[in-house]
Design a protein around this ligand. Structure first.
Ligand code: CMP
Length: 153
């Protein structure tokens, strides 16, 4: 993983991406501008792991470019099963932050991938300043949890 500089171009793309993600859209420009300075940009190689199932969740991610695979392992001896792939504009890592449970899946990169990273405290701040967004995020997390439990059986 390499940390990249977030330049004006990336900030512009991110602001547009957030507005494109339905429940980020209600954020005012002022709210977006408050978190933008804390957003990190990271680059991963194909095959590289962003985090592993069972780890403590400390950040929230939005795919900027490339593609990630979400794999869930049931039990210590089983192989992981791919339950989803996510691409530009899609996010991951919200479940552990919302539930204070360990990471529910392993996320690895299928392609050269760049992700925007919001550390947990900034993620919580963003949700606190927008309860409607928090509720929608909870709904998506619940749907993903159900989906993963079906697909990883
Ligand atoms: P978290 O549990 O923090 O870490 C693994 C992440 O994978 C999880 O948050 C979700 O963001 C994502 N994830 C888990 N299951 C699915 C799914 N079925 N579809 C899409 N994303 C998922």
């Amino acid at each position: 993983m390499r940390n990249l500089n977030v330049g004006a171009a990336e900030v512009g793309v991110l602001a547009r991406m957030l507005r494109g993600i339905e429940f980020f859209a209600p954020l005012t420009m002022a709210q977006i501008e408050k978190v933008l300075p804390y957003i990190l940009l990271q680059a991963y190689e194909p095959g590289e792991v962003v985090f592993k199932q069972g780890q403590v969740g400390d950040a929230f991610y939005i795919v900027y470019s490339g593609r990630v695979e979400i794999k869930v392992r049931k039990g210590l001896l089983s192989f992981g099963k791919a339950v989803a792939q996510l691409g530009p504009g899609q996010f991951f890592g919200e479940m552990a932050l919302l539930s204070a449970e360990p990471r529910s899946a392993t996320v690895s990169c299928l392609e050269p991938t760049q992700v925007f990273v919001l550390v947990a405290s900034d993620f919580q701040f963003t949700l606190r300043s927008n309860p409607g967004m928090a509720a929608e995020m909870q709904r998506i997390a619940a749907r993903r949890k159900f989906d993963s439990s079906q697909k990883s059986r």
